[in-house]
Ligand binder design. Structure first.
Ligand code: NAP
Length: 286
């Protein structure tokens, strides 16, 4: 590190579990650029001061994670149209003291899916869950003309998300349903892809699955956003049925790579980031 080293980081609470420093520093090292990426534990009551700190300390950019993604918007100088739409920022760019907010979650999802499966434009998609991740993904899917059914345990949340999509993209873009098995059974028959955005199946609940295997079939694409474990029960059962299935590690990598690209203007070695994470999980880290 020298006097000119540029600082990047992540704001979160908690932040000690964040894998961003690991994968971002792996990419920074591979690119041989003079940056360092550090975790910042920011309590909600200190968020405004922390944003001022980005300006005062000339920090080049930060990622933003739970619980700050929505609250940070009010402290920034501008935010992208997409961030306005989903009320979420995961990337802040310091442009000579002017702080710009954007989100790479949705595009990270799309790019990771396309890297694996090719173009998914116009697909019919069943999204399980209606939380923060579901919102980013549904708006990204809508932008590429997908037709979306949102199934959530709390129906009201699914309805609110669907209404937001319909306001932005028209009334035929989405529908909301409950997560009861008979409902999901009916819906899954009519889609090309299922995306699990619920936390069902995440460590330590690795024996759980949001979908019984009898509902899976070979001509389905299955994307489970969970990346811990690297292979969820859902993905294992989908693959056993001959389906194309993936967990969320690639989305984690692509959303991070897109942030690093915004800060540095460089083409990011996504493989290096992914390898760093796989090595980390291989050590038995949870
Ligand atoms: P969130 O806002 O808290 O939403 C959680 C969602 O899961 C809600 O729809 C919730 O339903 C549902 N849910 C939770 N427990 C459930 C259960 N027992 N049965 C049925 N539904 C249940 O969380 P989030 O930020 O969207 O994150 C969701 C998941 O995505 C997490 O596993 C997270 O690790 C993963 N994720 C991955 C990436 C990546 O880069 N790969 C990025 C973001 C998130 P209710 O509305 O009924 O509570």
């Amino acid at each position: 590190m020298l006097g000119n080293t540029k600082i990047l980081g992540v704001f979160g609470h908690p932040v000690s579990h964040s894998l961003s420093p690991l994968m971002q520093n792996a990419a920074i090292e591979a690119l041989n650029i003079d940056y360092i990426y550090v975790p910042f534990h920011v309590l909600p009551e200190n968020l405004e001061q922390a944003v001022q700190g980005v300006r005062a300390l000339n920090i080049a950019g930060v990622n933003v994670t739970i619980p700050h993604k929505e609250q940070i918007i009010q402290y920034l100088d501008e935010v992208s149209e997409y961030s306005k739409q989903i009320r979420s920022v995961n990337t802040v760019i310091n442009d000579n003291g002017r702080l710009k907010g954007d989100t790479t979650d949705g595009l990270g999802f799309l790019k990771s899916a396309e890297a694996q499966w090719g173009k998914i434009d116009g697909s019919r998609v069943l999204v399980l869950g209606a939380g923060g991740a579901a919102k980013a993904i549904c708006f990204a899917l809508a932008r590429v003309g997908c037709n979306i059914v949102i199934a959530n345990r709390t129906l009201k949340r699914a309805e609110e998300l669907s209404e937001g999509l319909q306001v932005a993209y028209g009334s035929s873009i989405s529908r909301a349903v409950g997560l009861q098995m008979e409902v999901v059974e009916e819906e899954i028959r009519q889609v090309d892809m299922v995306v699990n955005t619920t936390s069902v199946g995440m460590y330590p609940g690795v024996s759980e699955t949001p979908l019984p295997s009898c509902l899976l079939r070979s001509n389905l694409m299955v994307y489970d956003l969970i990346y811990n474990p690297l292979k969820t029960r859902l993905v294992g059962e989908a693959q056993a049925k001959g389906a194309r299935a993936m967990t969320g590690l690639k989305m984690l990598v692509y959303q991070g790579a897109l942030s690093l690209e915004m800060w540095t203007g460089r083409k990011i070695p996504v493989d290096v980031m992914e390898e760093a994470l796989i090595k980390h999980f291989g050590k038995g880290s949870k």
